[in-house]
Write a protein of this length. Structure first.
Length: 204
């Protein structure tokens, strides 16, 4: 019984922390706010977690970060097999990889909000920027394989960086503001169609 109660309290603390981190960001979040969200005393949190950093490291674990990174890279790799960047057919590997990534995002939307948009002041502060840079490099590699004569200018690099920065930012906003799967899917599908059409016009 004692272990069950301990596990239940820890679960309430991590759930409360996730809600506060997603709403306020790591840097602005306080242990008092987390305690209030969890329905426990602030002192009780310190019985389980040394400080806010150790609590964050549990809430956004290395395993979660690795899984998201792997699924995103699978989606990018599948994109390379598309002949026309603007019209990936539903049966292609890209659609399958996109579906797996989207399902992952919907299932754990607040954790992804924290990872991509609310991690300032943590070990993951630069994660979103690194993802954007990786997506930019992959898009340029895709374009070069299809247009060897493509001139990669500073302006093109900047434009791609902005495109992916906006894509990540939009994803964070959607996951933050919408809760139902149907709403999230509708918006992400629309944004992805717009995004792919834009890439086709820019790179092919």
């Amino acid at each position: 019984m004692a272990q069950y109660l301990k596990d239940a309290v820890q679960a309430r603390i991590t759930t409360g922390a996730l809600e506060v981190f997603a709403r306020r960001g790591f840097r602005k979040a306080t242990m008092a706010e987390i305690a209030a969200a969890a329905g426990v005393s602030t002192g009780n949190i310190y019985r389980y977690y040394r400080n806010k950093v150790s609590l964050f490291d549990v809430v956004v674990s290395d395993e979660f970060v690795s899984t998201f990174t792997r699924l995103l890279r699978l989606r990018v790799k599948a994109f390379d097999g598309i002949a026309d960047a603007g019209e990936p057919r539903p049966g292609e590997a890209y659609r399958a990889a996109s579906e797996i990534l989207l399902a992952f995002a919907i299932d754990d939307r607040l954790r992804l909000v924290v990872l991509l948009g609310r991690s300032e002041g943590t070990r993951l502060e630069g994660f979103a920027s690194r993802i954007i840079s990786e997506l930019q490099r992959q898009a340029l590699a895709y374009a070069r394989r299809r247009r060897p004569a493509l001139k990669v200018t500073p302006g093109l690099r900047f434009t791609l960086g902005q495109i992916y920065r906006n894509w990540i930012g939009t994803l964070v906003t959607v996951l933050e503001e919408f809760e139902t799967e149907a709403e999230i899917r509708e918006i992400v599908d629309s944004v992805s169609s717009y995004h792919l059409a834009g890439l086709r016009g820019l790179l092919t």
